[in-house]
Ligand binder design. Structure first.
Ligand code: GLC
Length: 549
């Protein structure tokens, strides 16, 4: 590593009133799925230089931080969530110097950078796993059942389908909650704890501002690895604590990491956050991950899973806020990510997606955006089998459902149950694929009509989804109370939500038809054309409007 790499660039300075309380409490954080964002070298796969070159787009969009999905050395059995070396950049994505450049450029633009840490499992190509002796000490190996050990040690199923156990040619079995190429680490071993603390320090030294903790609810398994009961897993996952998810023991790990992050700040470093990707059965159990001595944020998948219905949305918003207020943490909101059906498709069309986004950005707390949602991209539902890469597709766990994740096992990972359809490379410009994604092709085929959805095509068009996002994020900055201030529901007609925020009223019509309401104030921003005049306004079907009050 060069000398330059060892002195991290300063994090962006807090701006505006009251920003010293924690930049992350109301931050809008943009998820970059590196492989599909922007390709600088023409191999059809997005890379870190591509991300760096496109950072001005994120600056113009108005986000506060960027979360980069894993770009570490990896055989790519699960899009990089199978890490072989946590301190190296995969040549597909560039070099460590490119990561350093990217962090520095982001900081210079006033953007923070969050990286993804994968502690539940490594790649089966990780040097700990390829060494049979080390592997036995650091992963979850058990003898099989049956007269000759020919049956798996218990009845757990992989989130991607099939048994959660694979037998080695030595005759014993190892646990993998995900693909067989992703063996689960044994978090009862002190070496595992020490290694991950060292990995966090490595990236802290490189200047990152946060860690998204992959499968933060999975590292600790119930003692004795008990059976769940024949056929019960699919029914119980997502609604109950299972012997491998959301065990109370995981919280001790998160407490240790919080001390490490706080220690960094106390030693004069930046305020670095931990974000839990945790699928907990209730808002209350999710809130345990963001107690004051644990992680800073947790993804709120309850909001993402809510149907497009006023009562359901209000219920989820209330329970999310109540659970996090009880532990003193801000809530997070998210509608799309690389594991779920894009919300344009999941909610039933662009009108609803635009409205849902405006509602999300009007709520107190921090919001996560997934690349391409600012373009209103739909899920790509017709990818041929030969281009698919999602391991869930090959292991068969693509059951339809509520639009939640294939990775949590609770539902649908794509319109057809898989996750490639939300990972199609972004259209930047031009009328033909790869639409400026890079000088070569794109690792998944892009639809023939995506030219009209490109960043270039939407820029400057006031009716475009891109300009709607830009406008909303600009208003969020202008009305600082929006991120972290008071919120109160106002009376509203059936099917309509009205949320009062500092300086603003947000109205959402979840029904398909127009609804007339008394004019709340001056129109600030709307997801669809609004007729307002005299003393009343007409809210179009499936719309959200922000009013100055
Ligand atoms: C998380 C990731 C997902 C991955 C899984 C296993 O759920 O978001 O993409 O497949 O963890 O690492």
């Amino acid at each position: 590593m060069t000398q330059e790499l060892t002195s991290p660039s300063p994090a962006p300075q807090a701006a505006g009133p009251d920003r010293g309380r924690g930049w992350w409490r109301d931050a809008v954080i943009y998820q970059v799925y590196v492989r599909s964002f922007s390709d600088s070298d023409g191999d059809g796969i997005g890379d870190l230089r591509g991300v760096r070159e496109r950072l001005p787009h994120l600056k113009d969009l108005g986000v506060d931080a960027v979360w980069l999905t894993p770009f570490y050395a990896s055989p790519q059995a699960d899009g990089g969530y199978d890490v072989a070396d946590y301190r190296a950049v995969d040549p597909l994505f560039g070099t460590l110097a490119d990561a350093d450049d990217l962090i520095r450029t982001a900081h210079a633009l006033g953007l923070r950078v969050i990286v993804d840490i994968v502690p539940n499992h490594t790649s089966d190509r990780h040097p700990w796993f390829t060494d049979p002796e080390l592997a036995r000490q650091r992963y979850v190996f058990r003898p099989g059942k049956g007269t000759r050990g020919e049956l798996p040690p218990n009845d757990w199923e992989s989130v991607f389908g099939g048994p959660a156990w694979t037998r080695t040619d030595r005759g014993d079995w190892y646990l993998h909650l995900f693909a067989p190429e992703q063996p689960d680490l044994d978090w009862e071993r002190p070496e595992v704890h020490e290694e991950f603390a060292a990995i966090l320090r490595f990236w802290l030294d490189l200047g990152v501002d946060g860690f998204r903790i992959d499968v933060a609810h999975g590292m600790v398994k119930a003692p004795g690895l008990p059976d769940i009961g024949h056929g019960a897993q699919a029914r119980l996952i997502g609604s109950q604590v299972l012997p491998f998810f959301d065990q109370d023991g995981v919280h001790a790990i998160h407490r240790t990491w919080r001390r490490l992050l706080d220690g960094h700040r106390e030693a004069g470093g930046r305020e670095v956050i931990g974000v839990a990707e945790a699928w907990a059965p209730s808002a209350e159990r999710l809130a345990l991950y963001v107690r004051p001595d644990e992680l800073h944020q947790a993804f709120n998948f309850q909001f993402l899973s809510a149907p497009w219905d006023a009562d359901a949305l209000r219920g989820v918003i209330d329970s999310s806020l109540a659970a996090t207020v009880a532990v003193g943490a801000p809530t997070t909101w998210v509608l799309s990510n690389h594991d779920v059906v894009r919300h344009t498709t999941r909610l039933g069309g662009l009108a609803r997606a635009r409205a849902a986004t405006l509602l999300m950005l009007a709520l107190p707390g921090s919001a996560y955006l997934y690349q391409g949602e600012e373009l209103g991209l739909p899920e790509v539902t017709d990818l041929p089998a030969e281009v698919r890469q999602d391991p869930a597709f090959f292991r068969g766990n693509g059951q339809g459902g509520d639009g939640a994740s294939a990775a949590d096992g609770s539902g649908d990972g794509g319109q057809d149950g898989f996750r490639d359809g939300c990972r199609v490379p972004l259209p930047w410009s031009g009328a033909l694929p790869p639409y400026g994604f890079g000088p070569g092709g794109s690792w998944l085929p892009q639809p023939a009509d995506w030219g009209r959805l490109s960043v270039a095509a939407q820029t400057g068009d006031p009716s475009s989804t891109l300009e709607l996002y830009r406008g909303a994020l600009e208003l969020r900055r202008r009305l600082p109370g929006l991120g972290d201030g008071e919120m109160a529901w106002q009376p509203a007609p059936e099917g309509v939500l009205a949320v009062r925020r500092p300086g603003m009223l947000c109205t959402v019509n979840t029904r398909p038809g127009d609804v007339e309401i008394p004019l709340p104030g001056e129109l600030l921003l709307a997801s669809a054309p609004v007729a307002a005049g005299g003393t009343s306004a007409v809210l179009p079907g499936d719309s959200c409007v922000w009013w100055a009050i």
